[in-house]
Design a protein around this ligand. Structure first.
Ligand SMILES: Cc1ncc(COP(=O)(O)O)c(C=O)c1O
Length: 428
């Protein structure tokens, strides 16, 4: 009789994990207040709640200014526009990320250039950034990935020497700190998402952070159709803006969540550290390196490394499928594949002519781009555990590790039916 749930055996964890996103009476109260205030939209911008929230959020992370916007995709675009980037400029990005990180450059007819990730942290590798710099390079977008933060010391040093703009993509990093400095306060810009899956969410939403008043004014204008609003009107010239404002309902939800961010971050960090301890004792998986300079771990997705060769050839994706069957929903393998091989990154020179010079007619699946670490990690190695599994008790974390152990102990049962693996391993 089968032991593993994927083969019809008993499910290891039947009880659901904590509901997500969490909310309580605070969200209810603030939403109701916003309703009664009858000032629902984002205009005049920034509207009252959005302005108050932005100020508090920026302060929490140690940045001087915060500018709310529609989502964490346009926040990247706004940052690049505010920095004055234009068509043909090159922007260095990691490949293992969501499409928006690279597409932010594409929208400006700028050119994304891929620097590989560090195999030990999965964040962009500063040494590869250096290799990818050309006379056209104007900016770096670094992504604080999963539960890790980029080596901001090295990145800021490279940027300072070359006069490059640094945008921290903090879509995964609300509440994270590097050497006591908040995510989004170290680079020239920080960009956060409040989309449904994120550590703080209003369903949709985003924010740009910066310490530079001129950049902040430009961001305000870009979010508000190019207007120069009172209080945000001292910079020279006009910008072509768009309506990227958020509603007061979004701001109300975010206000409530910001007040809980510290508590929830501490809970996730505690559970993540415990999970690391448990995983260290399981063969076939290993931990990412946690840089001690990361003083607070944000923990959007807990990432660990799966080593196929230590599982007698069982693929990462089959392992993840078996894990899901044991009740570990929100655990994924190919959460990200390298951007230049992601069908949602279908960038052509017809639509974005600046890419022609570097990539020819089409960037997607370009044969000239190779980031071997990102490819191995994206297709074979990374396992992503969504933070909702780390928002409960110690027992919940025990169950995550327990489910992995169960698969390990019954590996033979999984390999049994897998004729492809059997023949591949016999040959070796
Ligand atoms: C790393 C990264 N950057 C940017 C974004 C874009 O954010 P949004 O979905 O709010 O547009 C996301 C969202 O998934 C993300 O994960």
């Amino acid at each position: 009789m089968a032991k593993l749930a994927i083969n019809g055996g008993p499910v290891f964890r039947k009880k659901p994990f904590p509901a997500w996103p969490p909310y309580d009476d605070r969200e209810r109260r603030y939403l109701l207040q916003a309703l009664k205030e009858r000032r629902w939209g984002g205009y005049p911008a920034p509207n009252k709640r959005a302005a108050a929230f932005a100020e508090k959020f920026a302060k929490y992370h140690g940045a001087r200014f915060g500018i709310c916007c529609a989502n964490g995709s346009v926040s990247l675009e706004i940052a690049l526009r505010a920095a004055g980037l234009a068509g043909g400029d090159e922007v260095i990005v990691p490949p293992l990320t969501w499409t928006a990180t690279g597409l932010a450059a594409v929208w400006l007819n700028a050119v994304p250039v891929f620097a590989d990730i560090d195999p030990e942290t999965y964040c962009i590798d500063p040494a590869d950034i250096e290799r990818k710099i050309t006379p056209k390079t104007r900016a770096i977008i670094c992504v604080h990935l999963g539960s890790n933060m980029c080596d901001m010391d090295a990145i800021m040093k490279i940027a300072g020497e070359r006069n490059l703009v640094v945008v921290e993509d903090c879509a995964h990093a609300h509440g994270g700190f590097w050497k006591g400095k908040g995510a989004g306060s170290i680079g020239h810009f920080g960009s956060f998402s409040f989309q449904s899956s994120k550590l703080m969410t209003a369903g949709e939403g985003g924010i740009v952070t910066t310490n530079d008043p001129d950049f902040a004014e430009r961001c305000h204008s870009l979010v508000n159709c190019g207007r120069k609003e009172k209080g945000y009107d001292s910079y020279e010239g006009h910008l072509l803006g768009w309506n990227y404002r958020i509603t007061e309902f979004q701001a109300a939800l975010l206000e409530a969540q910001l007040e809980k961010l510290k508590k929830f971050t501490a809970l996730r960090e505690k559970n993540a550290r415990y999970l690391s301890k448990l995983l260290s004792a399981i063969p076939g998986v290993s931990l990412l390196r946690r840089d001690p300079r990361m003083t607070v771990m944000p923990c959007y997705q807990y990432l660990f490394r799966y080593h196929e060769h230590q599982w007698r050839g069982l693929t990462r994706d089959r392992f993840v499928a078996a894990l899901a069957a044991e009740g570990m929903h929100h655990v994924e393998g190919d959460f990200y594949v390298p951007l230049y091989q992601n069908p949602l990154f279908y960038v052509t020179a017809r639509d974005y002519p600046a890419i022609r010079e570097r990539y020819g007619e089409i960037l997607y699946m370009s044969k000239d781009i190779r980031c071997p670490v990102s490819e191995h990690v994206g297709y074979h190695e990374s396992v992503w555990v969504h933070y909702s599994l780390l928002m409960g008790t110690k027992k919940d974390v025990d169950d995550v590790a327990g489910a992995i152990r169960k698969i390990r102990e019954n590996l033979g049962e999984l390999l049994e039916g897998d004729t492809a693996i059997k023949s591949r391993w016999k040959k070796k």
